[in-house]
Design a protein around this ligand. Structure first.
Ligand SMILES: Nc1nc2c(ncn2[C@@H]2O[C@H](COP(=O)(O)OP(=O)(O)OP(=O)(O)O)[C@@H](O)[C@H]2O)c(=O)[nH]1
Ligand SMILES: [Mg+2]
Length: 276
């Protein structure tokens, strides 16, 4: 297995790290963000990192500012507190990426930095969308596996009926794209995205240009390295809301039965998770 940009098989037209921006959404990731950014810079010298933070209260922002002082290729965007959302954060990150390509990934090491090189290679080969597909969904708990399978089935069925490209792991938060193409998709259709949702890849594919083909790279989905999960059973409701009028109808029916959103406070309760 190859690790890191400096050990990647290179051709003359191979990946150039400075053409990529890693978009890292964060909410209270002080335990992970510094290690994550430093690992990316170590593996892929010259790569750009854009941290999109939703007003973390644990020192994440200060930690990123400290990184910026030492690494000019790191940038920070702190978002409007009234517009919090994982999808909204990634939309902002993609639209504001200043390089030819972007790669979205979690900041908690669940998406391995060593697999970023595979995404870079496929993007450089000309694919406008490259999706990281989880190898080891079997390693998830039975409940989460079932939720993942069900959500993926629903999303893929929706895309099938709308004749859109269907990557096999639509629930993945690890993917990369041609910035100009997906910035255009977001600027044109962003009002129809589920901004407070968690599965932006599904929204992007819903509005993908006709003829879009997605390349896939496989990776081992790891354990969260530190800190707490921010997602909970709202993921299912928001995913339903992404599935047109029938989905919104079902979401409205079962929404009140689901837990109220966890409040984002320092002593945030840890909720039972059935997220995909
Ligand atoms: N900007 C922003 N980032 C968020 C928000 N919610 C989660 N994130 C980040 O999005 C990434 C994924 O969130 P996680 O809480 O790890 O979700 P998960 O991977 O499904 O859950 P775990 O398996 O428990 O880690 C992490 O980098 C979070 O810090 C949000 O509302 N805004
Ligand atoms: Mg995570």
């Amino acid at each position: 297995m190859q690790y890191g940009f400096d050990r990647m098989t290179m051709t003359e037209a191979g990946p150039n790290a400075s053409s990529f921006t890693i978009v890292l959404p964060t909410y209270n990731e002080v335990q992970n963000i510094r290690g994550m950014v430093e690992e990316l810079l170590r593996l892929y010298p010259g790569i750009n990192v854009l941290v999109v933070d939703d007003n973390s209260i644990d020192g994440t922002v200060e930690s990123v500012k400290d990184l910026i002082a030492r690494h000019p290729s790191v940038q920070l965007m702190v978002r409007d507190p009234k517009d919090r959302g994982l999808t909204a954060s990634l939309m902002d990150g993609i639209v504001n990426a200043s390089t030819e390509y972007f790669i979205a990934m979690d900041a908690d090491f669940q998406h391995p930095p060593a697999s970023v090189g595979d995404v870079m290679r496929e993007l450089s080969a000309g694919h406008i969308m490259v999706v990281g597909t989880r190898n080891n969904i079997r390693a998830l708990s039975a409940t989460r596996r079932l939720a993942s399978w069900g959500a993926n089935f629903l999303a893929r069925s929706f895309l099938f009926t709308h004749r859109k490209c269907r990557p096999s792991d639509l629930m993945s938060g690890f993917f990369g794209g041609d910035t100009a193409v997906w910035r255009g998709v977001i600027l044109t259709n962003g009002k129809k995205f589920e901004r407070q949702g968690f599965k932006i890849l599904f929204d992007l594919m819903k509005f993908s240009p006709s003829g879009t083909m997605a390349a896939e790279v496989h990776y081992d989905f790891g354990e969260r390295s530190g800190g707490e999960s921010k997602l909970d059973s709202r993921v299912i409701i928001s995913l339903l809301r992404q599935c047109g009028y029938p989905g919104r109808f079902v979401a409205a029916l079962i929404g009140p039965l689901s837990r109220r959103p966890a409040r984002r406070s320092k002593d945030q309760e840890v909720v039972a998770t059935v997220r995909p």
